[in-house]
Design a protein around this ligand. Structure first.
Ligand code: ADP
Ligand code: MG
Length: 698
């Protein structure tokens, strides 16, 4: 495979535009994608014509406006290029209007009450900052999705707004610090994607996996991940072929897939891309998830992206690596090599520290989902408490900033920590704290709470906005300070910020009970579930933050609040129904058949050996009989309460009921069926066991 040749072959990127578009048109498009302005119709017409020709060469017959509604998935509706002519044949057409704007019937997408049904139409608008591409015979045009009133109905619009907000705030601060050349900053994101592969035939036999993405019952296999023999293990031959094909298809789509390896749990893997601008990285992560599933099918696998497909086995996350880069190419979270660079670094570092402290609830909400809640606080994922890990070296620097004391650098020279005389801070990649939800890793922050199936738009919207806010606060404090006092004043601002927010810093083990207690003493939020967290989304502080920076209007916030809660309730509702159906139809059938067979065998044995007590058979029968009584009881309870849940009108109350009552009852029911499953032979169950699913990859 000639990688440079196939790389981005299916992408209408800058290179293609430069080659194919007339010069003035190319310049106009560049300007649009940089400034977010509108494209003139004649320019759009030319771009559309060129794009169509290019796409047809790559086998495209259709185009689609590709968008990210608030389902968290992507949406697409395909239109062909054909236009019938009078002589009964067709020509292929694609106009500028079709490129820049679409009008999908949007009434079936969640809007949280934003879009009254009488004006069900929404519109999609081309986002030229994320390149169009051809996939499976269709030209995909990345778009933003809004209501006719202009409210955002998607994840891209607020993400783009938040990137702009951060850029504006960062540029102001940089100019004050003397970086006059910078006119724009971008947020960069690299999202590491974890996933499971299991045999597709086995997958199809499990209603829970097919309908809900996770196993709702199933006794643990005798072996789990305790041997730690899977992490970075040798790739199984067919898995390796799968990853190879996955890389190839992603590369063709211009997704910079870089690293692949086995993860901690059996049958679990990871793919990490090279980082890109946040907006493109989010689109590419959505594409990655899609292509992962598609390629899995080719190889007879099912790709599981749920956060917790298997009880007792590590779930899957998606680490969001995040930094800020200037249009002059400087990574603002890189400690730098000289004192001035160090100062700039410290300003941005402190803004992030303060932002994460101030927005801890919002960050928690940004990764909340029914699936991810199973993972956060489990033993494999960071706890639901947000804290920042900075590492030993940086901690020493921060202590010096706070105390105003001197610090020895690696060359043992003493330095005063004035803003302009900071020690050279080296990148430290070795000292990693895997238990921290938000870790500084040398020149970026790694947010480890996002779940594997979530769009990374949300965490980045919150991060960008919260950091913009803190940069504004710093700017306000130093903007009128005379140049000769700037260093001194800056140092004071940094120290004050640190003192106010240092409770968020924690270098220790985040998985311990001591940390939970300590975090409570520090006043940090510990929001275990989505219904616990989501009310913070619409509290006055959050409304103030998001509206001030133009990220969400108050209406948009309320709509998202409702959608989050509704989605949560619906997910658990479907899970409860699926669990009951599986127990009733699949599990109980197996159970009854096994009990009948044992009884028949025992009676036969009695005929032959009248003196036998049939102790073994009797014991199994008794256990299963007792368990089945409990199963019936637990099922009745769950059925009754699931019906009750549906009647609750208030969305928050309903979500809480699902969390506190329904999930707990599902767990109880599962406890009983799992206990029985452990003694029923596999062949009696119509669905595969944990052992079969987790240890059968070739
Ligand atoms: P790991 O966390 O698995 O040890 P790395 O830290 O090497 O792996 O990188 C993880 C991810 O961080 C990669 O996707 C990489 O592209 C991304 N990354 C590296 N630098 C940046 C940056 N400046 N901004 C955003 N993401 C980055
Ligand atoms: Mg990582």
């Amino acid at each position: 495979m000639n990688v440079p040749e196939i790389y981005a072959d299916m992408v209408f990127n800058d290179k293609v535009m430069r080659e194919r578009l007339p010069k003035d048109i190319y310049k106009a498009v560049r300007k649009t994608s940089k400034n977010g302005t509108h494209l003139e119709l004649d320019v759009a017409n030319t771009v559309a014509a060129v794009m169509k020709e290019w796409a047809i060469e790559r086998g495209a017959t259709h185009f689609t406006h590709w968008f990210q509604p608030m389902t968290g998935l992507t949406a697409e509706k395909h239109d062909s290029f054909i236009s019938p002519t009078e002589d009964g044949s067709v020509i292929m057409e694609f106009s500028g209007k079709e490129l820049v704007k679409g009008e999908p019937d949007a009434s079936s997408f969640p809007s949280g009450g934003l879009r009254a049904t009488f004006e069900a139409r929404g519109y999609t608008a081309w986002d030229p900052s994320s390149p169009a591409f051809v996939k499976d015979g269709t030209l995909y045009i990345p778009t933003a999705f809004c209501s006719y009133g202009g409210e955002a109905l998607d994840k891209k619009t607020p993400l783009l707004r938040s990137m702009e907000a951060l850029s504006d705030s960062a540029v102001k601060v940089l100019h004050l610090l003397g970086d006059e050349e910078v006119t724009h900053v971008d947020t960069t994101v690299g999202s590491e994607q974890e996933y499971f592969l299991i045999d597709k035939d086995l997958y199809m036999k499990r209603k829970d996996l097919v309908l809900t993405g996770r196993t709702l019952l199933g006794a643990p296999a005798p072996k789990g991940q305790e041997m730690e023999d899977h992490y970075f293990g040798v790739l199984k031959p067919q898995v390796s072929e799968y990853m190879h094909e996955l890389d190839k298809e992603l590369w063709e789509l211009g997704v910079p897939a870089k690293t692949k390896h086995n993860e901690v749990a059996p049958a679990q893997h990871e793919l990490a891309p090279v980082f890109e601008t946040a907006n493109v990285a989010v689109d590419h992560n959505q594409l990655t998830m899609e292509v992962m599933k598609k390629v899995a099918n080719k190889f007879g696998y099912a790709c599981l992206l749920h956060e917790k497909p298997f009880e007792g086995i590590n779930g899957s996350g998606k680490h969001n690596n995040w930094s800020i880069v200037t249009n002059t190419g400087v990574n603002l979270l890189d400690p730098g090599k000289n004192p001035a660079e160090n100062t700039r670094f410290l300003v941005f570092l402190m803004a992030v520290i303060a932002a994460v402290d101030e927005a801890q609830e919002l960050l928690r909400i940004s990764v909340a989902s029914a699936g991810n809640d199973h993972r956060l606080g489990g033993n494999e994922a960071p706890p639901a408490i947000i804290s920042i890990f900075v590492g030993d070296e940086l901690e020493k620097v921060l202590i010096s900033v706070e105390k105003g004391t001197s610090l020895e650098d690696s060359a043992k020279t003493k330095m005063n920590i004035g803003a302009h005389v900071l020690p050279h801070i080296t990148k430290d990649k070795t000292d990693r704290n895997r238990t921290s939800p938000f870790a500084f890793t040398g020149n970026k922050f790694e947010f480890r709470m996002p779940g594997s199936s979530l769009s990374v738009a949300n965490p980045n919207i919150v991060l960008n906005t919260a950091v913009a806010e803190q940069l504004d606060l710093i700017f306000a404090k130093i903007k009128d300070v005379p140049a000769d006092k700037l260093d001194e004043e800056l140092h004071k601002v940094l120290r004050d910020t640190l003192v106010a927010h240092k409770r968020i810093l924690f270098n220790g083990n985040g998985y311990t009970d001591e940390w939970v207690e300590e975090a409570e003493r520090r006043g940090l939020a510990n929001l275990a579930s989505l219904p616990d967290a989501v009310p913070y989304f619409i509290d006055p502080k959050s409304i103030e933050l998001f509206t001030k920076h133009g990220i969400f209007t108050e209406d948009e916030l309320y709509s998202r609040y409702e959608i989050l809660l509704e989605n949560y309730a619906k997910t658990i509702h479907i899970e409860a129904l699926t669990l009951m159906e599986m127990v009733r139809k699949d599990f109980t059938t197996g159970l009854v058949r096994y009990m009948k067979d044992i009884t028949t065998e025992a009676l036969k044995k009695r005929d032959l050996l009248p003196y036998s007590k049939c102790s073994y058979e009797a014991q199994i029968l008794q256990t299963l009989d007792e368990t089945s009584e409990e199963i019936v009881r637990a099922m009745d309870q769950l059925a009754e309460d699931t019906a009750k849940a549906e009647e609750i009108e208030d969305v928050l109350e309903q979500a809480k009921y699902y969390h506190e009552t329904i999930l707990a009852e599902m767990d109880e029911l599962r406890g009983w069926t799992d206990r029985a499953e452990a003694i029923i032979p596999d062949e009696y169950l119509p669905y595969p066991t944990y052992e079969a699913m987790l240890f059968s990859l070739r």
